[in-house]
Ligand binder design. Structure first.
Ligand SMILES: [Zn+2]
Length: 183
């Protein structure tokens, strides 16, 4: 499968409400495999389809408990059906490289969705996985973590966001370029 360029902050697709799937085609399954490859290659813990340029309600989340185990959760048409508690924690996003901010989110959630075989399921999670699922579902609704920061925090990031937007406008494959510069 393929590693696809990540859509950066400023790309219009990141602001669109993604479409609900009514069936899972072979093409969708290929897309999911690409999402997983792209997430791991870029050391992400989660990825939403719009981040690789497809406006569909699909998210992948790395739910491995240790560094050596990789376990990926795929949720199609994910929905949060129950929340409990609140917690503030630092967050970043592959689409907004080099930025981080403290975001308040539900501590525990119960989410529902469909797996790759089209079977409905529910999960109850807390900690990082809960946070990542909430972050990725936001992507499907065109919401980015920086939207949730205070005015002051966002102002502090203004130049960085402006720079990332200019890369998005030029369709820069940020992570491929960064890797090349490493060598
Ligand atoms: Zn993100």
């Amino acid at each position: 499968m393929s590693i696809l360029p990540i859509k950066l902050y400023g790309s219009p697709i990141l602001r669109k409400k993604a479409k609900t799937l009514t069936e899972i085609s072979e093409k969708d399954k290929d897309l999911i495999a690409d999402m997983i490859d792209t997430m791991y290659t870029n050391c992400g813990v989660g990825l939403a389809a719009p981040q690789i340029g497809v406006s569909k309600r699909i998210i992948v989340v790395d739910v491995s408990t240790t560094e050596n185990s990789t376990e990926t959760m795929v949720i199609i048409n994910p929905e949060i059906i129950k929340t409990r508690g609140e917690k503030m924690h630092e967050e970043g996003c592959l689409s907004i490289p080099g930025t981080k901010g403290g975001i308040k989110r539900s501590e525990k959630i119960k989410a529902s969705g469909i797996n790759i075989d089209g079977i409905e399921f529910e999960v109850e999670v807390d900690g990082l996985v809960s946070r990542v699922i909430q972050h990725e579902i936001d992507h499907l609704d065109g919401i980015l973590f920086v939207d949730k920061l205070s005015e002051q925090e966002r102002t502090g990031m203004k130049n960085k966001l402006k720079h990332i937007s200019s890369l998005a406008r030029d369709n820069v494959d940020y992570y491929a370029t960064a890797k090349k510069e490493d060598k």
